[in-house]
Design a protein around this ligand. Structure first.
Ligand code: MLT
Length: 203
């Protein structure tokens, strides 16, 4: 296992596993309290991003703010997908029970997983996500539930970028819910409440 990570089994075998993906400069502990609020009985798989940007962990390299190193993104997405598959085999859970919960850079690699390796996720909650990349061929992910929760006042993610991500995932067949928050790039209580309700509706 070559990601530093936190793992906790779900309260009931076969229960959901939240794949927690932190933002730039975060670590594997960051989103654990959020997961406990979202779905307390869920299991947790929370890796730390392996790329360091001036000492700050990320899930893939970027060339500038919002400009991604696409080759590195593809490689890191494959590595993370393989890690999920290996952990699922070792810990005896199914990848279909894995729901990604990502913030910012973590939401962007979760988006890349949906576009490049969708078989490792059953769904995703994306907080402040951008279009990570445009794949050569769209995946076929009919009905995969995705919540996108972005901020109207986010200086890093424009409304246009958000709409682009929605239409990309929708064209791939995902069942996407877009929720706008009256906030910037930071995660708010409203995001957590929205995601909690969305997850509860999905049983
Ligand atoms: C970040 O700060 O993480 C960016 O806004 C998103 C990214 O680089 O993936």
């Amino acid at each position: 296992m070559d990601f530093i990570h936190v793992f906790r089994p779900p309260a009931h075998p076969g229960g959901p596993i939240l794949l927690l993906l932190h933002g730039t400069g975060g670590n594997e502990e960051d989103l654990v309290p959020i997961a406990e609020m979202l779905l307390p009985e869920a299991g947790i798989l929370s890796p730390r991003g392996k790329v360091l940007e001036r000492g700050m962990p990320r899930f893939f390299r970027r060339l500038a703010e919002g400009v991604f190193d696409i080759d590195d993104l593809k490689l890191r997405t494959a590595e993370l997908a393989d890690f999920i598959v290996e952990t699922a085999a070792l810990r005896e859970f199914s990848a279909r029970d894995v729901i990604a919960v990502g913030f910012s850079n973590g939401a962007n690699i979760a988006g890349a997983l949906l576009l490049l390796r969708p078989e490792v996720l059953g769904g995703a909650v994306l907080f402040r996500a951008m279009v990570p990349l445009t794949p050569e061929t769209l995946p076929n992910i009919p009905g995969t539930p995705v919540l996108l929760s972005n901020g109207r006042l986010d200086p890093l993610v424009t409304a246009e970028e958000t709409e682009k991500l929605v239409s990309l995932l929708r064209s791939a067949g995902a069942d996407i819910t877009l929720s706008w928050q009256n906030s910037g790039h930071e995660l708010t209580q409203r995001d957590v409440v929205t995601a909690k309700e969305w997850l509860a509706q999905r049983g």
